[in-house]
Design a protein around this ligand. Structure first.
Ligand code: DGY
Length: 322
């Protein structure tokens, strides 16, 4: 008998067709949330789940007694409760690599737009505020030949370092749990302590996965270590930062600006002060959001799932569960 899988969101037709070749399945292919009774019914039968960002914890697993594998269409898997999944022997897979270059592009969009104030000045022109004699009030800061400190030098970090070094002649530094010789040799990335990186970087970029060790890694003390002219970029997860401390640092001029793709709560609270600050660029968590990359991610997640539920070893089992 074919394994039964549940797909909890719309996915590209090719990814669905691939799953259909190998599994019995059902799909929630609507944008509105799944009603709890439908989810409950699906989970009671499913051997596999294709998802993105759904919390997989012990209460979820209790409702899914036959579940053998969860495949997430994301590189981040902080929504996997590793202890609970280990205890139940449920495999978890993610989608690394296929999104590296796309996320790196988006990080540069945040760096450039926060340094040169492009969203703010776009609004300025469209609101009819552009006048002859405008000069210093339109100034930004240079990205080229500045310094970029990358916190979390994984594969996406390396794609960013490559752009920084060869595209913008930036000095790259990084901190990471382990040294990345490739980044050091190819992009001249200098390994530093977090404190040293914070004190010396023009752009401080947070790229680390969210783990118990990195939760709220950047807070009031860390913002105070940064240059007053520093621009803080976050493309990791909102919970790696103390958002209240970030708001305070921006309001008090402890740092110059921020470019944010991720937030503590997503979608962000419409009353957040971050939405009213001209020196903050805000994006709706779109690091990997291009049609081609999301397609590649969905195909990879579908392959991971099929391999896992048919008793084979998928290439992208997350490290803690492999
Ligand atoms: C991921 O895949 O985890 C990223 O957050 C996508 O933007």
């Amino acid at each position: 008998m074919k394994p039964y899988v549940f797909i909890d969101r719309p996915i590209p037709a090719e990814a669905e067709a691939y799953i259909a070749e190998h599994c019995a399945y059902s799909i929630w292919d609507r944008k509105d949330p799944i009603p709890p009774d439908v989810l409950q019914e699906e989970l009671s039968q499913a051997n596999g789940l294709l998802t993105s960002g759904r919390k997989i914890d012990s209460s979820f697993l209790e409702a899914a007694p036959r579940l053998r594998a969860v495949s997430t269409i994301s590189v981040g898997y902080n929504h996997f409760d590793i202890t609970a999944m280990k205890a139940r022997g449920v495999i978890g897979t993610n989608t690394p690599d296929v999104l590296n270059e796309t996320v790196a592009d988006l990080v540069f969009a945040l760096i450039l737009s926060s340094a040169r104030r492009t969203p703010e000045l776009d609004r300025y022109v469209k609101d009819g505020l552009w006048k002859p004699g405008d000069n210093e009030n339109l100034f930004g800061i240079d990205v080229h030949h500045s310094s970029l400190g990358i916190i979390g030098m994984g594969r996406i970090g390396e794609a960013i370092a490559r752009r920084a070094k060869f595209g913008f002649s930036m000095e790259v530094s990084y901190c990471n749990r382990s040294r990345r010789e490739h980044a050091e040799q190819q992009y001249g990335a200098v390994y530093m302590t977090l404190e040293e990186l914070l004190r010396t970087s023009d752009f401080v970029l947070l790229m680390t996965p969210l783990t118990p060790e990195t939760a709220r890694l950047i807070g009031r003390d860390q913002f105070r270590m940064m240059k007053k002219t520093a621009i803080f970029i976050n493309a990791s997860r909102g919970q790696t930062v103390d958002e209240t401390a970030l708001i305070e640092a921006l309001q008090e001029g402890t740092i110059r600006a921020a470019g944010l793709d991720v937030f503590d709560r997503e979608p962000i609270d419409p009353d957040s002060p971050l939405l009213r600050m001209p020196n903050v660029v805000t994006l709706p968590h779109i690091g990997s959001a291009t049609a081609r990359t999301r397609y590649e991610m969905a195909m990879l997640a579908a392959r991971n799932l099929v391999l896992a539920v048919t008793g084979q070893t998928p290439p992208n089992v997350v490290a803690e569960l492999s």
